[in-house]
Design a protein around this ligand. Structure first.
Ligand code: SAM
Length: 272
């Protein structure tokens, strides 16, 4: 197995911004995502085939690795941030079927192939340049087993929320446990889907952390184009973690399942 640590290969300011962002919000990150509601989806996804080999992209602190690891035979999880991976490694020290790497999605090169590649809470949101997304999709396609699936929980806004993000800014306030309140703000450019995403964390009303990052939303058209370029195809679209069908107008999320493009006339493989 070989991989190139991001620090040595792409020490660009954009990557440093991503690490700095997660450094700042780390104390609040898991509390904020506690009720995300995605646990069953990821445990289900990793449950087939038996002994499912999972590659988790942008695993952060291992929040969702826990769900994948419940049913998977093996999980290899990686992230650009050494700091978040250190947290994840401590957490999974007693689970030999889970391993972690510090690596960059755009240059990942492992010898192993995977039945499931999972992009949980969209790490691609940080890749704002076309060439970065293209490279990342190519790496995903390379690491998929012949009948493997790639699941992307895409950074996507419904037309109504996107319109708000493009007009004055989409502002969402949430109350979490322990007196934590979170403000999430998306300000987006209409044509490019390039945004600035900001988070503020307050505990009992006192501002504890504030950070933002450049982001890029997905459109279905872009996912389709990235798939074509990487030799993948969309096989299912869900509108939420309960796997209801996706509807552009009414869905709150966009979760895409992708597989290797089937050649015309090729037999349909058993799904895993
Ligand atoms: C929104 S967080 C999601 C973390 C985790 N999947 C979860 O659901 O809790 C996105 C993660 O993607 C990582 N990331 C961003 N760019 C990356 C890249 N080029 N390669 C690997 N990881 C990256 C970030 O460091 C961050 O941990």
């Amino acid at each position: 197995m070989s991989t190139t640590p991001a620090e040595n290969e792409t020490g660009t300011s954009t990557d440093d911004q991503v690490r700095e962002y997660y450094h700042r919000i780390l104390p609040f990150y898991e509390t904020e995502l506690k009720d995300r509601g995605d646990a069953d989806l990821w445990a289900w996804a990793a449950s087939e085939p038996a002994g499912c080999r999972v590659l988790e992209i942008g695993a952060g602190t291992g929040r969702a690795t826990r769900f994948l690891a419940r049913t998977a035979g093996r999980v290899v999880a990686f992230d650009l941030s050494l700091e978040t991976i250190a947290v994840a490694r401590r957490r999974f020290a007693e689970q030999p079927h889970v391993s972690f790497l510090v690596a960059d999605l755009r240059i990942l090169q492992l010898a192993e192939r995977f039945d499931l590649i999972a992009a949980v809470d969209d790490p691609f949101v940080h890749l704002t340049a076309d060439e970065d997304r293209e490279r990342a999709f190519a790496r995903v396609a390379e690491h998929l087993a012949p009948d493997g699936r790639f699941l992307l929980d895409a950074a996507w806004l419904s037309p109504e929320r996107r319109h708000t993000a493009e007009e004055g800014g989409l502002v969402e306030d949430r109350e979490e446990e322990g007196g934590l309140s979170v403000r999430e703000v998306w300000r987006c450019d209409a044509g490019s889907r390039l945004c600035t995403t900001g988070f503020e964390y307050r505990v009992d009303g006192r501002l504890e952390a504030k950070a933002s990052f450049p982001s890029r939303l997905w459109s279905l058209v872009e996912i389709e184009a990235r798939c074509r370029a990487a030799g993948l195809e969309i096989t299912r679209l869900w509108g939420d973690y309960d796997r209801r069908p996706w509807d552009r107008a009414t869905s709150s999320r966009l979760i895409a399942e992708m597989r290797r493009e089937r050649q015309v006339g090729a037999p349909v493989m058993a799904s895993c």
